[in-house]
Design a protein around this ligand. Structure first.
Ligand code: FNR
Length: 415
């Protein structure tokens, strides 16, 4: 987080956190809170960040770092950087046709974009605006016929990877949304306060509310033709999440999907093993950005043991709290194949649209280059626990004190 003392003159955004501040100013409060907020006391969302900041990189020098390779092959796709823009529902309410803007920025940067089931722009709109393959995220809905239709549409659009999100069997409560009156009927005063919140943000009003229409869930329009407002759509979507889903449903998804399947939302080693047994191609270690069950582990803390358990069978990605290229390098050092960026792109697109996302990604690239070079590593693929040391120490191989890494549950750190 950037505090006021380090913000300088505030003339230009330097980091993903700077885009957060710009998004805070640009967006109506209720939308910023939807994007920025998390479940209950937001402890896990905070832990996602704190756990990254506890990790220390191991500086190495004099190792010829003139040629760096940051590219990665993730689930069969060549990426210029090991990054995927995570599925963000309702992104198109943050900026005009935001999914299209973000997908274009991703294409320019050579990273993957993942379209959410509950996007504003439809699969077809994103397809028409881009040429690179993008990924599709699915929530398995009670209405299996409609779910099958969605899969067929994503296949027709050439999506190579299906991201099956499994941590939404029920919805975690996001109390900021409750306080902003997003979750229930409001008396007149409340409705006026919310309307004023929208009207007092003229940039957003012009860019999104006027020029960004239609503000409906593009992929679901046919399923809920009567819905006239986002809350009406949201009510339908909430009622559609299927709490009965189990690993056997993965076989049903497989029958209806020709490409790769990435299971998103795994935090536990036993679940990771089940995902492997059920035939997933990969998984995303994720707590949904702390938006589901609060008090669960930070994703980066859960990552190493999952990599140990299934990394030889599955491609293991992670998300949650990734805000810089240094975070990405840390995650890869702990065994992740790639990282998904959630709020980082949400803030950037809300603040500056496609240019903001493109800039944020270029900053991440530069940060990754510097981190790699000063860790003395020339190829991302060669990153491992050797690139990390415990906070407060620069341990050498064989140093007896290095066993202390285990105290932190980070078994992959070199010792
Ligand atoms: C999400 N996330 C999410 N995940 C998913 O599978 N489908 C979705 O529609 C959404 N929608 C969504 C909306 C918003 C506003 C946020 C912030 C997040 C979760 C997302 O894909 C990702 O897992 C987290 O955002 C990662 O954490 P960070 O990077 O935001 O800290």
């Amino acid at each position: 987080m950037i505090d006021k003392d380090t913000r300088g003159l505030g003339l230009a955004p330097a980091t993903a956190d700077d885009y957060r501040e710009l998004a805070r100013r640009r967006l109506p409060r209720q939308l910023f809170d939807y994007l920025d907020g998390a479940a209950y006391e937001e402890q896990t969302a905070g832990a996602n960040r704190q756990a990254f900041s506890r990790l220390r990189l191991r500086q190495r020098v004099m190792r010829d770092v003139s040629q760096l390779n940051l590219s990665a092959r993730v689930l069969g796709q060549e990426l210029a950087l090991p990054l995927i823009l995570a599925p963000l529902g309702l992104a198109g309410a943050m900026a005009r046709r935001a999914e299209v803007q973000a997908a274009r920025a991703a294409e320019r940067a050579g990273v993957a974009f993942c379209e959410s089931t509950v996007s504003i722009c439809s699969i077809e709109e994103v397809r028409a605006a881009t040429t690179a393959p993008f990924w599709y995220q699915l929530y398995v809905m009670r209405d299996r016929g409609y779910t099958r239709e969605l899969l067929a549409r994503a296949q027709a659009a050439g999506c190579p990877v299906l991201v099956l999100t499994v941590d939404l069997a029920v919805m975690g409560a996001r109390y900021r949304d409750t306080r902003n009156g997003m979750t229930g009927a409001l008396p007149l005063v409340g409705r006026l306060a919310r309307a004023w919140d929208l009207l007092s943000h003229p940039h957003w009003l012009l860019d999104v509310a006027i020029r960004g229409k239609p503000l409906t869930f593009g992929n679901l329009a046919a399923a809920v033709p009567d819905a006239r407002s986002l809350p009406a759509f949201k009510a339908w979507v909430d009622s559609q999440f299927d709490p009965r889903i189990t690993w056997t449903d993965l076989a049903w998804v497989r029958e209806n999907w020709r490409g790769k399947i990435l299971v998103k939302g795994v935090l536990d080693v036993d679940d990771a093993r089940e995902a492997a047994a059920a035939g997933a191609d990969g998984l995303v270690v994720s707590n949904h950005g702390g938006r589901q069950l609060d008090s669960v582990a930070a994703s980066i803390d859960a990552l190493p043991r999952i990599v140990d358990a299934v990394g030889d069978r599955l491609e293991v990605l992670m998300d949650g709290g990734v805000r810089s290229g240094l975070d990405v390098v840390k995650a890869l050092a702990l065994g992740a194949k790639a990282c998904m960026l959630g709020r980082a792109w949400g803030y950037a697109v809300a603040a500056r649209g496609e240019a903001g996302v493109a800039h944020m990604l270029s900053v991440m690239r530069q940060e990754m280059e510097v981190a790699l070079a000063l860790c003395g590593v020339t190829d991302l693929a060669a990153l491992d626990g050797e690139a990390l040391v415990q906070a407060g120490q620069q341990l050498r191989p064989g140093d007896p004190a290095s066993g202390r890494h285990e105290e932190f549950g980070i078994s992959a750190i070199r010792d």
